[in-house]
Write a protein that binds this ligand. Structure first.
Ligand code: SF4
Ligand code: SF4
Ligand code: SF4
Length: 307
């Protein structure tokens, strides 16, 4: 029996739902797994069930899974306890691996964030920053691997049940696991004509397709004038079928699987991809946040200089 501990840090909970979404694969895996700690499913408290312990404690486990990035000192403490107690640690989803959506806040200092939240919004009665019983914020959002060693990272916002099942199965069977090193476009079945387009369309305009039409007959969304981040994003969201998850829903890729390989810069790659079909990347307002939407850690997003 393999003991599994799961934790969520600065997260929305969507990646936990992915674990539940495993469906039948979860039924196959469950007889081999014993969940010893997983806040989304079971009531297991950090300081003992009646608060009798003085130190935060997570049970020992063979496999640890962490979703969410590290925003607060409490997140850091929990991540460090998971590392101490888990033999193999998986970072689940783009928040855990690259900061994800919460790391968009890395464009602001914590003072700016507090001013905005507690004093500057029109609907808020200005107040002091709360200080009682609240874990202090760190200076920015960190990925899990910036704070502790991680053995395996599964990207995606959320990641996919297929990837979770594949990673767990490989771990259980002692087989190697690796992520694809190709782009979402490499898997995408739509028709590319390599003809220039002149205008970027608004994201909420409708992609051109006829209901029931085969994907191979639908024109590439970027060549239709939409910002699609498939050229600069790691493939893998389409599962065995390989049709990218958003394209299957007639939506553009927003880049949630992160860079195609470690060290790649999606912003530079996207600027090149857009220019190559005649689109002007400078028309995109807020380029920095748009191209780094899911990957704000390790300096991709940082406070902007005052103007
Ligand atoms: S990666 Fe996306 S789905 Fe997963 S926790 Fe972060 S915001 Fe939620
Ligand atoms: S740009 Fe988007 S629509 Fe076009 S091939 Fe790439 S992923 Fe598919
Ligand atoms: S198509 Fe892009 S944004 Fe959509 S799930 Fe796949 S990687 Fe994420």
């Amino acid at each position: 029996m393999v003991r599994v501990a799961e934790e969520w840090l600065a997260t929305c909970g969507g990646c936990e739902v992915t674990i539940l979404d495993l469906g039948e694969a979860l039924l196959d895996l469950l007889p081999k797994l014993e969940f010893v700690h997983i806040p989304v499913l079971m009531d297991h408290k950090y300081y003992g069930q009646t608060g009798e312990k003085t130190a935060l404690e997570i049970p020992e486990a063979d496999v640890g899974i962490i979703s969410g990035g590290i925003r607060s000192e409490e997140n850091k403490q929990i991540a460090e306890e998971m590392r101490r107690k888990c033999k193999t640690l998986i970072a689940l989803g783009s928040c855990a691996n690259f900061g994800g959506i919460p790391a968009l806040a890395n464009m602001y200092t914590t003072d700016q964030i507090f001013d905005r939240v507690y004093r500057e919004t029109k609907s808020t009665d200005p107040a002091d920053n709360p200080t009682v019983d609240i874990p202090p914020l760190r200076d920015r959002v960190y990925s899990v691997s910036e704070v502790i060693n991680v053995d395996l990272g599964l990207p995606g916002c959320p990641t996919t049940p297929e990837l979770v099942a594949e990673a767990l199965t490989c771990l259980l069977e002692g087989k190697p696991f690796s992520l694809a090193e190709r782009s979402v476009c490499d898997d995408c079945p739509v028709k590319r004509e390599k003809k220039a387009v002149t205008n970027l369309k608004r994201p909420l305009e409708k992609v051109e397709f006829t209901p029931g039409q085969k994907f191979e007959e639908i024109r590439c969304f970027m060549e239709q004038g939409f910002l699609c981040q498939g050229p600069a994003t790691r493939a893998g969201c389409g599962g065995a079928e390989k049709i990218p998850r958003c394209v299957k829903a007639y939506m553009t890729c927003r880049g949630c699987f992160g860079p195609i390989r470690a060290g790649a810069n999606p912003m530079v790659d996207m600027m090149g991809a857009l220019s190559s079909i005649g689109l002007n990347p400078r028309e995109i307002e807020d380029r920095m946040a748009t191209f780094n939407r899911f990957i704000g850690v390790v300096g991709r997003l940082r406070p902007l200089p005052a103007r």
